[in-house]
Design a protein around this ligand. Sequence first.
Ligand code: HAM
Length: 439
Amino acid sequence: MNFQKPRGTLDWYGEPLAKFNSVADSLRVMANLYDFEEIVTPTFENLELFTRSVGESSDIVSKELYNFKDKSDRDLALRPEGTAGAVRSFVENKMFANKTGPVKLFYLLNLFRYERPQGGRLREFHQFGVEYLNAANPFNDVEAISFAHDILEFFELNKDVVLKINNLGSVAQRQIWMEELKKYFEQYKSELTADSLKRLEKNPLRILDDKVDGKKDFVLKAPKLSAYLSEEDKEYFNLILACLDNLKIKYEVDDSLVRGLDYYTGVVFEFVSNNPNLEGKSTLIGGGRYSNLVKEIGGPDYEGIGFAIGIERLIMALEASNYDFNLNSDLVAFIGCASESLTLLGLSAAKLLRNSGLKTSIEYGEYKKDRNAKLAIRNKAMFFIWIDDEGLKSDSLTVENLRTHQKETIKFIDLAQYLNEKYDEYMFSDEMINGNNNE
Ligand code: HAM
């Protein structure tokens, strides 16, 4: 029987994994600069955590959740997103105790959604996300949005990406609007899709961003939340917009942006790519404020705000913009030995070089010099080191620079220093500095 990976999942190895790690490393550095601490929560949680937070009427819970019973009949689910687990952990571990300001957590996790798989939409995917918890100040919203913006700027994606932003208002105001929306859509019941009809009862605002109904004329003309916002809600949103103007972060206010997760209140936002290669999976970053989630999960009355970026989508966007992932991790030295008895010496040389920080590989079982040299070239080594009996007599070995084809005989004891100097010389050469190495 031939086994294949489940639909919508990926095996990570080789260049895609190197790209993933390069992106993940940069995101971790940025999270550290913004003073976030990493959190890793369990891959599965109690099902109820997601039904309560993300919401039963959301697609993520109603259609896409991987839920199951364990052998003790507990209802569990693979995490479809990172916010609920982070908030659960914040509450369970009382991270707020002895802390005056917000608790700032970031995560880089694999997540699971039973979606129709296609490039950029997977059943197991990864997100880098951040959460500000105990963060009621609108400047936290501004910082969160500008952090997301900084990420795209770092990856040079800003020019292709639009920030869409909306204000979902306070729970009370939104409730009034939802009632009005419900009444309004009741009149058009016969024109709604089955999905929208289900949403009509529990969460009619999701009809606004429904893929099919969202484009219908009567949906476009539905009552707008902006008409129901309180003065306080409006002031809060205007402050955020003014700050974004000040920070020269461009945005589009989009009053159909409701986001697919039920926990949002206040500001919500998405960074959407207009690169044609990403059509249909163009939302790179999604986020927003959640005023009641911490309380809903059993914690204090603290507000939170956060966002998450899909790593696979980010990589797709970067590939589409010919981003240089800087995967330059060349093999520095390739060691070949003329006989089995010399292999131990080869091993000592390899250890010496690795201990001094140089990436080194050694061949076993092939003792012909020209074959070893070819292997060194095939492995893209910078230096080919050859150990033979003649060298052994004088405690030395031959080093060939595979770029210049210069050969030198080096004393065993001087090998690490010699290669380090040559490697540094190359790394700081005009060729490297002027970027001619991006082949
Ligand atoms: P989300 O909008 O559901 O938000 O997901 C955020 C990002 O994850 C999307 O913009 C997309 O890049 C990526 N993504 C989502 N689904 C898939 C998929 N099936 N395959 C590949 N990538 C995907 C959240 O998850 C919220 N928890 C974000 C948040 C954090 N809000 C507040 N804090």
